[in-house]
Design a protein around this ligand. Sequence first.
Ligand SMILES: N[C@@H](CCC(=O)N[C@@H](CS)C(=O)NCC(=O)O)C(=O)O
Length: 202
Amino acid sequence: MITLYGHPISGNSHRVANFLSILGVEFSERLVDLAEGEHKSAEYLAINPLGQVPVLSHDSVTLRDSTAILIYLARTFDKTNTWWPEDALTQAKIQQWLSVAVHEVMNGPFVLRAIQLFGMPADEAQAREKTEKLFGELFEPHLKETKWLVGETPSIADIACYSYIARVNEGNFSLDAYPAIQQWLRNIEAIEGFKPMMHAGN
Ligand SMILES: N[C@@H](CCC(=O)N[C@@H](CS)C(=O)NCC(=O)O)C(=O)O
């Protein structure tokens, strides 16, 4: 049995829910009430001492961290062996993007959105500059040349990077200047089983 501890407006949670849905794996979602501070309760800290969502519970396995969970799910449930292929170079290339998902995407698009939605105390101009650099110098030129971030088929790199980039408009950042990124988002949304991320305010 699989339970995903998460929250619908958390992009980190969405990465996992989306991938479970694409893999066609049944799971139940356990809402962690972030607004009420449930993620810092003793009960939840016993599940994840970092006090963050998402957490995946699968039988006797408990895992925190969205990209670690994506690797676990791919290795456990992907019968096609394409989402996290076994060869060293492909894994290394995917890992490059998983690192971007947890660093540059968080420092730019995530922060812009968190400022607007939660009043996160952060430097908006700096986050905007980081987002422009990330999109203009990395994602857009790369995606002009290739449909997916790595190789000829979608991988967990695409899943990990998708959620916060798809919702960067909620951080008052327009994707109009980035047509290749927009096309890549549509490519991911067309994958069978894709689960949309909730729009803030819904
Ligand atoms: N590296 C973690 C980051 C998880 C994370 O920052 N989750 C946010 C929600 S999107 C959270 O729980 N924040 C609450 C907190 O850090 O206090 C992952 O990829 O899962």
